[in-house]
Design a protein around this ligand. Sequence first.
Ligand code: NDP
Length: 342
Amino acid sequence: MSAKIYYDSDANLDLLKDKTIVFLGFGNQGAAQAQNLRDSGIPNEKIIIANRPDHYAEDAKSKGFNVEHDFAKAAKQADIIFLLIPDQVQPRVFNNEIAPNLKDDACIVVASGYNVFYKLLNFKPSQDIVMVAPRMIGSSVRSLYVKGKGFPCFVSSEQDGTGKALELALALSRAIGATKAGAIASSAREETAMDLFAEQALWPNIIMLFREAFSVLKEAGCSDEALCYEMWMSKEPAEIFERAAEDGFIRQLKHHSTVSQYGQLNGALNLDGSAARAHFKDILYNQVLNAKFQQEFSKIEDDLEKEGDANPLEILYQKSEASELGQAEKRVRARLAGLLAQ
Ligand code: NDP
């Protein structure tokens, strides 16, 4: 299956003419996307940053934006509203303060599929719901735009209330700089499935493999220092992924020694992936796509704002750092503080 790719030539910025565009949030993505959009020619007086009165609001003001602290007031003026506050607070803020004040034909833009796919936001059927989801952190969304380059981004129309949702999504993608290198047609379902799969299936396995590999090599007499540097502190894994993005996931191996290439390719081909595949399918279908994880997570969301042991995330950190790898790294970082600071 190949996806459609949208470029600048597929997007019409005129559709944004005379529209009042509200950014709810001026954090990571909000600050980057609002600045890009303004630099693409959307007049400053048509852009409103909705933010509580704090340092994010001050940052927006210092960059010359109009800031509105009253979310209801901002929502009432919005033809288009970008939801760029953390996913876990969006349902509460959107459903209570934004949705009741939005125009019937407003366009709501999300940068992640989560709340749309799990139907946690109260939209009216007459409204447009679109996803414009950069695959980059906000600082890169901004710096690549400033350099005149694009960035990878997923785009979709999730609800076409006005009949123009996709066209609007493309115009907005172009305005934030996402269609310059090509924005990939996707969906909230696809984005959520891939994101949560990576977080709950792929990366937990990678963390587990590092943890177990560390213990096996330590038992065989390798020092903590050598292991930490060999496995990640040298930044070799980061370089490998950089090369994978540039040269190809398999082809990057050509940069390694012949012994390494042979060992990696032969070793991977000899591994039976069927147990991993079954485990991955279980996570994808019985945890992510059926919303089991989302329902469990929503029960503990409020606890994630608590301090210390009352915060379940803190407990997970404590348990993970109690591992042989976690303890060894703490010792190594303390001993080599000078070297690491260089
Ligand atoms: P941030 O954590 O940077 O958001 C911070 C902003 O949210 C600030 O303006 C903050 O203002 C506001 N905010 C936080 N809590 C609340 C609240 N309870 N009520 C009102 N405003 C609040 O978010 P991101 O930019 O990281 O994420 C925004 C969206 O972009 C999400 O959907 C995310 O999935 C998506 N995304 C993020 C990427 C990233 O790299 N971070 C990459 C691609 C997509 P204040 O605290 O003053 O209220």
